[in-house]
Design a binder for this molecule. Structure first.
Ligand SMILES: C[S@@+](CC[C@H](N)C(=O)[O-])C[C@H]1O[C@@H](n2cnc3c(N)ncnc32)[C@H](O)[C@@H]1O
Length: 293
């Protein structure tokens, strides 16, 4: 019988600069440090008990309380800046230095998904000068910046203009230039790229469970997934790659089946995207697949 092991893609490269740290997790929450600011946020997969004392958790600079399924409020403990900066310095790739502006959004996010550091390292090692990278559902652009650091031509697609403006600030903070911005529904953009016959060395995609395009186009993962996978497979050039992750609850083996049906000859690596706590334990944040054509 064939045996498969789920791989763990651990974002363990944050290093001594402590730009980001998962301090503790448990009882449905995680305690994290983002560039010096300690935050307590809900985390459904932290089903175990907290390790640190309640006193330690109470010292967080800000705590997020959900008021609905998708939004909530930040409770600040003393004075906390409205925006602040965080730097990622790769311990293995001196060219990979990214700077982000952070802020507390009403969706509990702060402008960075720190577990993505594993993908930034992959992109920086996989891409070469002049390669073409397409980043779909690109948010504040961690993958776009990593592609730029490697010298690739980067196309960054997100439906929300304010998010693109935020990424532009991150690009400038990181001392980078020349990302191509597309404010568009990812599916519509892909359909046009296929018609135009445009090809990319690599495509990164992080499709959310639900979303809206700039003209209120409805994005629902379960309705659009098969089409998006099909279209992405058509815009990647031979020898290229795809990185897809999802926070929507789809398990790694589902991602594997989805891609193997479209690209049966490609090699795949899939598993869980994880953060590592101060005590060494892993916190799974989502599923990831890397497809090599
Ligand atoms: C989970 S975030 C991606 C995070 C990203 N992987 C990162 O590391 O920063 C999902 C993004 O998809 C965007 N989005 C939602 N619906 C969209 C659509 N129909 N077309 C393009 N982007 C969309 C949102 O604006 C959001 O920035």
């Amino acid at each position: 019988m064939e045996s498969h092991k789920t791989k763990r893609f651990v974002a363990d490269t944050w290093g001594e600069t402590k730009g980001y740290e998962l301090i503790d997790s448990g009882d449905g929450s995680k305690l994290e440090k983002f560039g010096g600011v300690v935050m307590d946020r809900p985390e459904a997969s932290a089903v175990w008990a907290k390790k640190l004392s309640y006193k330690k958790w109470d010292e967080a600079n800000a705590s997020f309380e959900s008021t609905s399924k998708a939004a909530g409020l930040w409770r600040k403990n003393g004075k906390v800046a409205e925006t602040w900066h965080l730097e990622y310095k790769s311990p293995v790739n001196p060219r990979l230095r990214l700077k982000f502006k952070l802020e507390m959004t009403r969706f509990k996010h702060v402008g960075i998904f720190p577990e993505q550091a594993s993908n930034w390292e992959y992109l920086a090692s996989r891409l070469n000068e002049g390669d073409k990278l397409l980043n779909l559902f690109a948010y504040t652009g961690g993958a776009s910046l990593a592609g730029k650091c490697a010298g690739a031509d980067v196309t960054h697609v997100d439906a929300i203009r304010q998010v693109i403006n935020w990424t532009r600030e991150n690009m400038e903070l990181s001392g980078l230039t020349g990302i191509r911005w597309v404010v568009e529904d990812a599916l519509k953009f892909l359909r046009r790229e296929v018609k135009r016959g445009n090809k990319y060395t690599g495509v990164v995609l992080d499709p959310p469970t639900w979303g809206l395009g700039p003209k209120n186009e409805k994005w629902k993962l379960e309705h659009s997934l098969v089409e998006i996978v099909e279209l992405v497979s058509q815009v990647v050039e031979p020898g290229g790659f795809i990185v897809m992750n999802t926070y929507s609850g789809l398990p790694p083996s589902t991602l594997e089946t989805l891609w193997r049906r479209v690209l049966p000859k490609a090699s795949t690596e899939c598993g869980e995207l994880c953060l590592q706590g101060r005590d060494g334990h892993l916190l799974s944040t989502g599923s990831l697949i890397r497809v090599e054509l």
